[in-house]
Design a binder for this molecule. Structure first.
Ligand code: PFF
Length: 451
């Protein structure tokens, strides 16, 4: 297959595309519900510490690996060291498992978008609305199908045209709207307690679970430990300042997540009290925000605009998930883009059906005690991604010359400000810490230990 490898146009093109991948449902949907569940301020605190140490190091490492090898992750690890070829397969499997269930949630977003745009926001504010919707058969399935199809169509057009165009105009508007909604929530009587819960770390609430959840969320949110950023790195031109780009992506991604929490967590406090924080789970955003919009003037309009933006953020991320898989299929199986896209479309549709039906007619079926969606989230985020991250650190830190990666980062004479942290993280702290997390979390999951 001799199709020319596409590349991003310049620094800004890359930052926007990578931020488009990073900012998605992870920030808007997943971060707030984990923060609510795992102690509020303490979760936020742990997350930020991990971000500036682990998150940064792994993100820049993956992009550097991509740019250095100029191939997608399926071949990149093996190209650096033959012993690590297996990681290529793992990095193919992870987005293949994530994309289907991600699209199910993307479908929920489409549903809420249409509900608000057609002026039915009041109905969605009812506490039973969300459960009623995901419990159905045809509706969640159809919305899921729609989301996957849209993603597939955009990916079919290729990296530059598809990703950059959508991400460029969306981000600033999303941030402004989120700030506006967060300010509105802060003015509702009773918000103070919720804001305190979210922003002030209470160290007595720290647990091993907080740490595991924050670490998984970090991978998820930055799109690392799954081949995406390696694929993006392979599209990055040699003259891009990676250090600067990564810092920008990091800040941008975290800003959206923190703002999203600021909008949702205090609102949960107001409408459902402390109990709502613990029990909200994956539906938190969908159950809480309609109540906020209902309390707002022009709620239908603002809610509609908000869900349109969430939809676009989810779409740019699902595009990046699919793009990563497409580029791997093209490299590995020598398929043309269009053939690769079609094969993946069918796989994603098939794998997503159980997650779409897992709260309705298939809710009686569980895997390891989890519904399908939770299971796919668990196996990819808490098992496979840590394994890939450990492998990446070992490869870069011990099985090749880490200096080669550092040289790749500073190729154009850029200053690598956090080089010291990077080196210690990749060689020592990250692999050890990740092994501990993986082992204990797995033991706990199967009931061998409690924590
Ligand atoms: N980082 C994006 C998000 O936070 O929504 C996309 C994404 C990456 C989703 C990795 C899921 C994932 F596991």
């Amino acid at each position: 297959m001799n199709e020319k490898r596409s590349s991003f146009s310049g620094n800004i093109g890359f930052i926007l595309a990578a931020a488009g991948s990073a900012v998605g449902l992870g920030n808007l949907w997943r971060f707030p519900y984990l923060a609510a569940q795992y102690g509020g301020g303490i979760f936020l605190f742990v997350y930020l510490v991990l971000l500036f140490t682990f998150g940064f190091s792994l993100l820049i490492l993956e992009i550097a690996i991509g740019r250095k090898t100029k191939v997608s992750s399926i071949n990149a690890y093996g190209k650096l060291n033959k012993k690590f070829g297996w990681m290529g397969i793992l990095s193919l499997l992870i987005p293949v498992l994530i994309l289907p269930y991600y699209s199910v949630i993307g479908g929920w977003v489409i549903k809420y978008m249409t509900v608000f745009l057609t002026g039915q926001g009041k109905a969605a504010a009812d506490s039973n609305y969300f459960g009623g919707f995901i419990g159905q058969t045809a509706s969640p399935l159809f919305m899921f199908f729609l989301f996957v199809t849209l993603t597939t169509v955009v990916v079919g057009f290729g990296v530059e045209k598809g990703v950059e165009r959508v991400s460029k105009f969306m981000m600033p508007v999303l941030i402004l709207l989120t700030i506006g909604i967060a300010i509105f929530v802060a003015t509702i009587p009773g918000a103070g307690e919720g804001i305190k819960y979210y922003l002030l770390p209470d160290f007595s609430k720290f647990s091993f679970k907080t740490l595991c959840a924050a670490m998984g969320q970090l991978f998820y949110s930055l799109s690392i430990a799954m081949g995406i950023m390696v694929a993006y790195g392979s599209y990055v031109k040699d003259d891009i300042d990676m250090n600067k780009s990564v810092t920008n992506i990091e800040i941008f991604d975290t800003l959206v997540a923190v703002l999203s929490g600021m909008m949702i967590v205090p609102a949960v406090y107001i409408f459902s009290g402390e109990e709502g924080l613990a029990t909200g789970g994956a539906g938190l955003m969908f159950k809480t925000l309609p109540k906020v919009f209902d309390a707002m003037p022009m709620g239908n309009f603002i809610g509609g605009a908000f869900f349109v933006l969430v939809f676009l953020a989810a779409l740019t991320s699902s595009i990046s998930l699919m793009e990563a898989v497409v580029s791997m299929f093209m490299d590995k199986f020598k398929l043309t883009r269009i053939k690769a896209v079609l094969v993946i479309y069918v796989i994603v549709l098939a794998l997503g059906v159980p997650s779409a039906l897992g709260y309705g007619i298939w809710s009686h079926i569980t895997v390891l005690g989890m519904d399908f969606l939770t299971f796919f989230d668990y196996i990819s985020n808490s098992v496979m991604m840590p394994i890939l991250a450990i492998g990446t650190c070992l490869l870069a830190g011990w099985f090749m010359n880490l200096k080669d990666i550092e040289d790749e980062i500073t190729k154009n004479g850029e200053e690598f400000k956090r080089c010291g942290i990077f080196r210690v993280m990749i060689k020592y702290i990250a692999p050890v810490f990740l092994v501990i997390i993986l082992v204990f979390y797995t033991l706990a999951q199967f009931g061998f230990i409690s924590y």
